[in-house]
Design a binder for this molecule. Structure first.
Ligand SMILES: Nc1ncnc2c1ncn2[C@@H]1O[C@H](COP(=O)(O)OP(=O)(O)OP(=O)(O)O)[C@@H](O)[C@H]1O
Ligand SMILES: [Mg+2]
Length: 246
C-alpha cells in the first residue's frame, strides 16, 4: 500500500505553495486517476512519489510489497515516450534490466514476453523512428514494466496520440491490469480516460493543488465499461467536481 500523508510542496523562489495537504492511499494492486487544471502540481506529485523530489512537508509511506521511494520499485511513463533513438526497441526495453545486471537469457525472455503482451511481436530490431506514436508509447510502457515495478506512475501517457490509438492503449493497459493487477497511478486531462482507467479518481483544485473530491468508480473494470451507465455517471461526478476546481 502507498500512503501519501499531508504532502505540501513549495519550490524555493516561488510565491506560495504548489501542493497543499495532499493525502490519499493506493492499496496493493489498485489504480488511481488524478485529474486537475494545468499547473496544479500533478507532475510534481508524481516526482515526489517516485522519490525524485522531496516534499516541503508531509510524507509518503509504503507497507507490504510496495516501496515506491526505492529506486527500481516505481517506474515512470512520460508523455514524450523518453525512448533512446539510437537504441533498438529491444535495447530500449531491456535498459533497466541491464542496469540491474539481469543475465542475457532472462532479459531476452522478458523482452519477448512484453513485446507479445504489447502487441509488438517481431519489432524488437526496429528503431523508434521506424514506429508509430502508439507503438512508441507501447515500447515505453514495456520498458517501464520490464523491471517488474510495484507501481507504474504514468504522466499523461496517451495525450499525444490520436483518439483511436489512445483508446486502444487504454484498453490494453486496463486488460493488463485485469490480468496482472499491477498498481498504477495515471495523471490525465481527459475525464473519459480518468474514469476508464481509475478505480478512484482524485480531482485536484487549481494552484495550489488541493484535493477537491474523490470519485469512487467501483465498476471501472467491468466488461464493455464504456457502454455502461456507470461510465457516464462517474464522468458526470468528475465533471461537476472539476467545475468547482478551476
Ligand atoms: N523545479 C521547479 N522549480 C520551480 N517551480 C516548479 C518546478 N517544477 C514545477 N514548478 C511549478 O509548479 C507548478 C506545478 O507544476 P506541475 O508541472 O506539477 O503542474 P501540472 O499539474 O503537472 O501541470 P500540467 O497539467 O500542465 O502538466 C507550476 O507552476 C510550475 O511552474
Ligand atoms: Mg504535468
Amino acid at each position: 500500500m502507498i500512503s501519501v500523508q499531508s504532502i505540501c510542496k513549495t519550490f524555493s523562489g516561488q510565491d506560495g505553495p504548489v501542493l497543499e495537504n495532499i493525502t490519499f492511499q493506493i492499496d496493493d494492486g489498485q489504480t488511481l486517476s488524478i485529474i486537475g487544471p494545468s499547473g496544479c502540481g500533478k507532475t510534481t506529485l508524481l516526482y515526489i512519489l517516485a522519490g525524485l523530489i522531496q516534499p516541503t512537508s508531509g510524507q509518503t509511506t509504503m507497507t507490504g510489497p510496495v516501496h515506491v521511494n526505492k529506486i527500481g520499485q516505481s517506474a515512470f511513463v512520460l508523455q514524450d515516450f523518453g525512448l533512446f533513438p539510437w537504441k533498438t526497441v529491444t535495447q530500449n526495453i531491456e535498459l533497466g534490466l541491464k542496469l540491474k545486471r539481469v543475465p542475457p537469457a532472462i532479459r531476452k525472455e522478458t523482452v519477448n514476453r512484453l513485446l507479445t503482451d504489447m502487441g509488438l511481436p517481431g519489432m524488437g530490431a526496429r528503431y523508434p523512428s521506424q514506429l508509430s506514436g502508439g507503438q512508441k508509447q507501447r515500447v515505453a510502457i514495456a520498458r517501464a514494466l520490464a523491471t517488474d515495478p510495484d507501481i507504474l506512475l504514468m504522466d499523461e501517457p496517451f495525450s499525444s496520440l490520436d483518439a483511436m490509438t489512445r483508446e486502444h492503449l487504454q484498453n490494453l493497459m486496463r486488460d493488463m491490469w485485469i490480468k496482472n493487477r499491477i498498481s498504477y497511478l495515471i495523471v490525465t486531462h481527459s475525464v473519459e480516460e480518468a474514469v476508464f482507467m481509475g478505480r478512484r479518481i482524485l480531482i485536484l483544485t487549481g494552484r495550489p493543488g488541493r484535493i477537491n473530491a474523490v470519485v469512487d468508480n467501483p465498476n471501472f473494470a467491468a466488461p464493455d465499461f464504456r457502454l455502461q451507465p456507470e461510465f457516464f455517471e462517474s464522468q458526470k461526478q468528475v465533471r461537476l467536481a472539476l467545475e468547482k476546481s478551476v
